[in-house]
Unconditional design. Structure first.
Length: 249
């Protein structure tokens, strides 16, 4: 993992575990355009708030201006995520989080609600939106726009930034809701079904493209467009991989 990340220009600060604990793994079972995931966290379960607060790690945190956190980390070290979130709010930096999977709002409702006041951007898909709505007894768990608006309007620690909620919906329009109640819809990049190879990594690709534009100071429309572009590219590959001909600007 470290070698692969280094090749792509990423700085890593992984938790290194001595002994027989392996790196976490995920088996993806593909049926047509659908998938099932089976995970074994292994070393990923060993991430602690102490690792986040360690000098080498925390220096990386302090030097960053935008943070993107997977909701999966709420199952392991919510305290560590809160430390980063509080730092972002205090320094008026951008803190973003992906709901990651329906089981996060379903079974980790309390820790998600603890971190949500610090979120400037919330990412998810229609399934995760529905799970959030059911966990919070919202009136219509299928109304993605209403759920996005509800989350956008929740109390926020850093009042200098409004919260923006971004929900993808597969082949349907991406929903962007703001705390002031405005909603925008953005169509995806259409692709013939015959060209779809594997949807694994599409959501992560979208978030990666979106956040890359946030880092560059682009507007929301440009961020969504880049997210759509990367998702469009990754679903034409086997696994979450990308062609070297990507437009990475």
């Amino acid at each position: 993992l470290i070698a692969a990340a280094t090749i792509d220009g990423l700085t890593t600060e992984y938790v290194t575990i001595a002994g027989d604990i392996p790196t976490g793994t995920c088996a993806a079972l593909i049926s047509g355009h659908d998938r099932s995931l089976v995970t074994k966290l292994s070393a990923a379960e060993k991430l602690t708030v102490e690792h986040v607060q360690a000098e080498k790690t925390w220096n990386l945190v302090k030097n960053a201006k935008v943070y993107y956190v997977e909701g999966f980390f709420l199952t392991v070290t919510p305290e560590g995520i809160l430390e980063i979130a509080k730092h972002a709010a205090a320094e008026n930096k951008i803190f973003t989080m992906n709901l990651s999977a329906p089981f996060i709002p379903q079974f980790f409702t309390k820790v998600l609600d603890d971190v949500l006041p610090y979120m400037d951007f919330v990412f998810g898909n229609e399934g995760e939106a529905e799970a959030y709505a059911l966990a919070h007894n919202l009136s219509d768990p299928k109304d993605v726009k209403a759920i996005a608006t509800y989350i956008a309007k929740l109390p926020k620690v850093n009042a200098q930034r409004e919260r923006i909620v971004v929900f993808t919906q597969g082949v349907n329009n991406t929903i962007v809701a703001k705390a002031d109640g405005t909603i925008h819809e953005y169509p995806i990049i259409a692709i013939p079904e015959s060209q779809i190879v594997d949807c694994n990594g599409a959501g992560d690709a979208f978030c990666g493209g979106f956040v890359s534009k946030l880092v560059q100071g682009a507007d929301i429309a440009a961020a969504v467009a880049k997210g759509h572009y990367l998702a469009h590219e990754v679903i034409q590959q086997v696994g979450p991989t990308y062609p070297r001909s990507l437009n990475v600007e």
